[in-house]
Design a protein around this ligand. Structure first.
Ligand code: SF4
Ligand code: SF4
Length: 421
């Protein structure tokens, strides 16, 4: 009988090595807010010793960010994320999801609805009011999150300069496109970060990729899966597998949360076709880094101090650690500022920032204190939730830095190098 992911917890030997890697345990000091404590709760749930309606169970599991920061430090190879997914699915089947989560999923991911929601959000963003209102408190933080989605002024809608025959990747202009890749647009990324899609297409073009659009694609389902709505996540995954077809072209994703689930469609759907789909999914930094980690074509110098904040779903869930660094290395003068604990979750975690604001802000505040100390001009991170959470936090804390996607920085360097017209 399939255990739906609970088997991932079997290897736990209670050693406790994961405790200091867990942002919620560091915030509360409560064993039940630690990976080890939660694993015990989840095992009790699977064995039927703890009811899915037990308030202590869902209180502590709801407070888990799902960041999977506990996985890489575990010497036994516990697959905490899979166990959490199984537990949340079982709890949600009995308890349902909160009205707030349901409303957010409806507004952000439903075709026909989300388009109107994002349009209104962009209109509000264009007034400049969200930036003025940004601060702490639910409303002001939400305004800060929206303000953090704004494209950089002067980013523009540049196009690649003409291909110059015979030029190589070290010359000024881009090499002729050699590989076709398919772009996953997603919902939040398409609605509020289309400028990152533009930058993705341009920077990949400079590096020899021709990006093709795919119609019929939908939300990846990650927000649903995190909420325990596994059947809804599966339904969305099936649509995407059909839309992207059975070709060999890589599927490029610039949202770490989407990419992490899409790489796991095989496990989610349990069939070979979805497995093949997952094997084609690449984070944009993996493609830009090239085979191995040779790095993208160099851009013009940018005199910037940048703190890299690796998204949990890129670093822990996908194991993509070095490739984003090659983007920064391709920008002369750009200086990476080390920030202690950069690999710890920012507290965004999908809908977590909406559903568990207190814990979310506590986790974020730790990161903001360290960023204030490091004083970067830009915090670079490759996930929409992290961009919004960190961007809102920077504004609320009065830290003079902006959150931007790493691809945007490479795009700026290419523009400064005259690669676009
Ligand atoms: S999850 Fe891993 S690190 Fe944490 S207590 Fe269990 S075996 Fe130890
Ligand atoms: S997923 Fe993150 S918040 Fe949850 S137990 Fe693991 S480290 Fe802690």
């Amino acid at each position: 009988m399939t255990r739906g992911g609970f088997e991932g917890l079997d290897a736990c030997v209670h050693c406790g090595f994961c405790l200091q890697a867990c942002p919620t345990f560091l915030a509360t000091g409560d064993e039940s807010d630690s990976p080890r404590g939660r694993i015990e709760l989840m095992r009790g749930l699977e064995r039927g010793e703890i009811a899915a309606t037990d308030p202590a169970l869902f209180y502590h599991l709801d407070r888990c960010l799902g960041c999977r920061g506990c996985e890489p430090v575990c010497p036994s190879g516990v697959q905490y994320g899979h166990g959490l997914e199984a537990a949340r699915a079982r709890i949600t089947a009995v308890r349902g999801v909160s009205p707030m989560a349901r409303l957010a999923l409806w507004a952000l991911t439903t075709p026909g609805v989300s388009g109107a929601v994002y349009l209104l959000a962009r209109l509000l963003r264009a007034t400049g009011l969200p930036r003025l209102f940004a601060g702490w408190g639910r409303f002001r933080f939400a305004m800060g999150m929206l303000a953090a989605t704004a494209p950089k002024v002067g980013g523009g809608r540049s196009r690649l300069v003409k291909v110059v025959e015979g030029e190589t990747s070290t010359n000024l202009h881009q090499p002729p496109p050699t590989s076709t890749i398919l772009l996953f647009r997603g919902c939040v990324m398409q609605g509020l970060f289309s400028h990152v899609h533009d930058a993705t297409i341009r920077t990949l073009g400079v590096n020899g990729y021709h990006v093709r659009e795919v119609s019929g694609q939908v939300c990846c389902g990650a927000l649903h899966e995190h909420a325990g709505l596994v059947d809804e996540a599966r339904a969305l995954a099936r649509v995407n597998v059909d839309a992207f077809g059975d070709g060999e072209e890589p599927i490029v994703v610039n949202s770490a949360g989407c990419g992490a689930l899409m790489k796991e469609y095989g496990r989610l759907l349990g069939d070979v076709r979805a497995e093949r789909f997952g094997a084609r999914v690449r984070d944009v930094t993996e493609l830009l880094a090239g085979n191995g980690v040779k790095g993208p074509v160099a851009g013009a110098p940018l005199d910037l101090h940048v703190a890299y904040d690796p998204p949990c779903h890129l670093l822990h869930a996908q194991g993509v650690a070095v490739q984003p660094l090659t983007l920064f290395a391709a920008i002369p003068l750009l200086e990476l500022v080390p920030v202690p604990g950069a690999a710890e979750c920012c507290g965004s975690a999908g809908l977590f920032t909406l559903l568990e604001p207190e814990m979310s802000r506590t986790v974020l505040t730790t990161k903001l204190d360290r960023l204030r100390e490091a004083a970067p001009q830009v915090v670079a991170t490759g996930n929409p939730g992290c961009l919004m959470q960190i961007g809102a936090g920077l504004a609320a804390a009065g830290i003079a830095a902006r959150a931007r996607h790493p691809v945007e920085l490479l795009d700026d360097a290419y523009r400064a190098a005259g690669r676009y017209e």
